[in-house]
Design a protein around this ligand. Sequence first.
Ligand SMILES: [Zn+2]
Ligand SMILES: [Zn+2]
Length: 347
Amino acid sequence: MKAVVFEKFGEAPTIQTVADPTPAQGGVVIKVEATGLCRSDWHGWMGHDDGIRLPHVPGHELAGVVVATGKQVTRWKPGERVTVPFAVGCGRCFECTSGNHQVCEHQFQPGFSAWGSFAEYVAIDHADTNLVRLPDKMEFATAASLGCRFVTSFRAIVDQGRVTPGEWVAVHGCGGVGLSAIMIASAMGANVIAIDLTDEKLDFASKIGAVATINASKTPNVVKAVKQITNGGAHMSMDALGHPTTSFNSIANLRRRGRHVQVGLMLGDHARPQIPMDKVIAFELEIRGSHGMQAYRYQAMMEMIRTGKLKPELLVGKRISLEEAPAALMAMGGFEGIGIGVVTKFQ
Ligand SMILES: [Zn+2]
Ligand SMILES: [Zn+2]
């Protein structure tokens, strides 16, 4: 099969012909029909992820068709259209058996702990626990765009952030994660403030549900601006970018008893950011992380998509071919264009 391969961290990946994958006993092989481009792939390529063994094939936001199944797989057969969360739970450890597959102790991560989906085929382990069937009408590109950023935002807003109607939600950063969070929080009945450095992304944020926007490049004090708009601070706030400044602002702009959820990755030099701990204590603030979402929680999200309350297809940005993927991956260190870029052509 054709795959995007990198031999060394930080060195240009190339398209290579490699052996087709075979399924593990509890796993499947999926013919990849669409795979999303994500900043996490860039982090992996840069060497920020300890789990990657070289040479490596990146890609973790995938959708496609099952073509082969391992002996122990009972729920899936060839021909079924599926997607999968990026953190694939083993189904047997304490976290999995208590329903928290997203933080499984032995998680399988395509594109990180194993070869990923920037390829014609990808092997996914623990299929019975983790595959998600696609609604007939859902396009592969839309399904691929769910796998990482949209589901992480769904969990961040609904399960970790516990957003309720009428609350103020501040979303720092309007890339794929931030725009997903804005759409989801607004569908939940919250009042959402979008914060970014570019008017273009803020205009788009308004179109998908933000009731207020702050351009941080033109606003000397973002925390003050959020407190003014919300009359005292956000109830829930999210750092969707993953930067010391946005993380700090997202905590500092909360009202008393507010909840911060960190979704943007903080790696390398950014792994230990400053936190206004004085405010965390005095205001009884909550700080939580959000790391993907369990396959069984997809159902609620899929129903909101099916009824049109959520429209992830609006967040699909550029569609490119596998040949264009190496250059696009290397460019992910900068800021993305609007929406989620997806590889949809593999030949
Ligand atoms: Zn597990
Ligand atoms: Zn991702």
